[in-house]
Write a protein of this length. Structure first.
Length: 248
């Protein structure tokens, strides 16, 4: 996969950063979006450049009014007349939302970043995508496997985007643009990495997983890379479970 233009949201750390680094191999141009993780995005871009790729970093807080319009316009400007080949929607807010104890600002932030932002960005950038392009969103396996009162609204926003993925696959299919979602289980990254230091918690998760271990970032990135490649040319409108058989 060379000479591709790639845009990844939430690319300053963890899964998003690794996706952008992986896809940004020789001769690819990668646009790294970040909000607070500017240093991480810049370091990742340096790694891409060292491997023969190129790119740019765009810092936009997707919670802000008109942020998606701003971000889309900056991406279009950076494309400089080229078409976008791969769009990876990874940015999200995972906040607890216990019933009757959650502030409206928390609900609004998750709605804006997790649901409205992907919808707006796909809407604004799809006309600038190449025929045969790829859209991949990051979901979560919990939407179908476990129903937690603490993370109900986060799961609801992800389930809504899973639904949109199927609609987008139909809407963009005539242009051979494939749209899929990747739904990880528990991955040893960000705040979960600290939680997994608890031996009892880790053992509980591993015992509920068919492959008897906790997921790693590359377990997810490998699947995203596959969906971005020509080898997955006959897959669209799917939510791919990447959980190691968690709670099957």
């Amino acid at each position: 996969m060379t000479n591709q233009t790639i845009f990844v949201t939430g690319a300053g750390r963890d899964i998003g950063r690794r996706i952008a680094e992986r896809l940004g191999n020789s001769q690819n141009f990668v646009i790294f979006h970040c909000a607070s993780s500017l240093a991480g995005a810049e370091q990742a871009l340096e790694k891409v450049v060292q491997s023969g790729g190129s790119g740019a970093v765009v810092q936009v807080d997707l919670r802000e009014l008109r942020a998606c319009e701003t971000l889309a316009n900056q991406v279009i400007e950076l494309l400089a007349g080229r078409q976008l080949d791969i769009l990876i929607s990874n940015a999200a807010i995972a906040a607890a939302s216990p019933l009757g104890q959650t502030e409206l600002t928390t609900i609004q932030a998750m709605t804006t970043v997790n649901l409205i932002a992907p919808f707006e960005l796909v809407s604004r950038l799809a006309p600038h995508m190449s025929d045969g392009g790829v859209i991949v969103t990051l979901s979560v396996a919990a939407t179908q496997k476990i129903f937690s009162p603490d993370f109900a609204y986060f799961s609801a926003t992800k389930a809504a985007v899973d639904c949109l993925v199927r609609h987008w696959a139909v809407a963009l299919g005539h242009r051979a643009i494939r749209v899929n979602a990747v739904a990880p289980g528990v991955i040893e990254a960000n705040f979960r990495a600290q939680l997994l230091q608890d031996a009892a918690f880790r053992q509980e998760l591993e015992s509920a997983t068919a492959l008897k271990r906790v997921g790693q970032i590359d377990d997810v990135v490998d699947v995203v890379e596959f969906l971005a490649s020509a080898e997955s040319r006959w897959i669209t409108g799917q939510v791919i479970d990447v959980s190691g058989g968690w709670r099957i």
